[in-house]
Design a protein around this ligand. Structure first.
Ligand code: DOR
Ligand code: ZN
Length: 351
């Protein structure tokens, strides 16, 4: 396409973010407005310290989030609980009554604040059965934690060791394989039937693992599951742009203060919420699939969760702008992925 025929404006049904970390306290106040400006809803990850494990905690956290929504902005946080070996099955009814939409499975030790996670999924089966009955979703961080398994193989091994048996044992449970990073996961989800879906981050659509080492170590590109090789990125782009309604947007925007990222031990997580929809537009445009963005960003997620599509819109313009190098994050600073660099799409209106 010649430059003159490139679209200059993109209007989409207001999208949702189906996987988001917003932290708490001053950090929450710093990051929440950016998401609320772009997205109608966001599924809020429960990996606080201590984690959100009860319906009562989720309700209190929801109130703290709502207190940070800017005046006049219509934004709904969709709350989740952190699944542990000991989550009682009767907490599920309370969660449902509180409006909680899902539980998050972190294999113990897999990622940031996952120490209280699940040591053996079979220990949670009575609770998963209660979720299946009540219609709550299971959101899965799909990596094994066995140190003997290469870090880059942990998602593919998880499919064999955990996902397949889980699907067999809980066929009616709705499962979202979160932030998938491999060809194996994309293929698995595509073939797993109507009750299995996946979220995809903008960074896994835009980058392969070379980004971690471009001219030196790049801590802001370090997240979990870690970026993979180019063949995997291409498979993820193909899945996201396929039009299949079982792939949808989940930024996994995961803010860590710059001092924690630029340290000898760097926390896992990319902060993308400041320019999330713009980054997805870039990835879809590079694949020649801007026409598939609205389904992925605004329609497939609500369909899987059984929720209505948003009524508002967002408008993006082709307008080069420089993403801030860093933003305030309580007493600290936070560096957005691509901070200081030029983006070609810019959100200019939201209703
Ligand atoms: O990169 C990540 N950051 N992956 C996760 O699973 C957790 C997240 C976080 O909370 O920082
Ligand atoms: Zn996450």
């Amino acid at each position: 396409m010649s430059a003159s025929t490139l679209p200059t404006t993109l209007t989409l049904t207001r999208p949702d973010d189906w996987h988001l970390h917003v932290r708490d306290g001053a950090a929450l106040a710093a990051v929440l407005p950016a998401t609320a400006q772009q997205f109608g809803r966001a599924v809020i990850m429960p990996n606080l310290r201590p984690p959100i494990t009860t319906a009562a905690q989720a309700l209190a956290y929801r109130d703290r989030i709502l207190a940070c929504v800017p005046d006049g902005v219509d934004f709904t946080p969709l709350m989740t609980l952190y699944l542990t070996d000991n989550t009682p099955p009767d907490e599920i009814k309370r969660a449902k009554d509180a409006g909680v939409v899902a539980l998050k499975l972190y294999p113990a030790g897999a990622t940031t604040n996952s120490d209280a996670g699940v040591t053996d999924i079979r220990k949670t089966y009575a609770t998963l059965e209660a979720m299946q009955r009540e219609g709550l979703l299971l959101l899965v961080h799909g990596e094994v934690t066995d140190p003997a398994i290469d870090l880059f193989d942990r998602e593919a091994v998880f499919i064999d060791q955990v996902m397949q048996p889980l699907r067999r044992d809980m066929p009616e449970l709705k499962v979202v394989f979160e932030h998938i990073t491999t060809k194996e996961a994309a293929e698995y989800v595509a073939s797993a039937g109507a009750h299995t879906a996946a979220t995809l981050t903008a960074h896994h659509l835009l980058y392969n693992r070379n980004a971690l080492f471009q001219g030196g170590m790049r801590p802001h590109y370090y997240c979990l599951p870690v970026l993979k090789r180019e063949t995997h990125r291409l498979a993820l782009v193909a899945a996201a742009t396929s039009g299949s309604d079982r792939f949808f947007l989940g930024t996994d925007s995961a803010p860590h203060a710059s001092v924690m990222k630029e340290a000898s031990v760097c926390g896992a997580g990319c902060y993308t919420a400041l320019s999330a929809i713009e980054l997805y537009a870039e990835a879809f445009e590079a694949a020649g699939a801007l026409d598939k963005l609205e389904g992925f960003a605004s329609r497939h997620g609500p369909a899987f969760y059984g929720l209505p599509v948003n009524t508002g819109t967002v408008t993006l313009q082709r307008e080069p702008w420089v993403l801030p190098e860093s933003v305030a994050f309580g007493d600290a600073t936070l560096k957005p992925l691509r901070g200081g660099e030029t983006l070609n799409w810019r959100l200019t209106a939201a209703t």
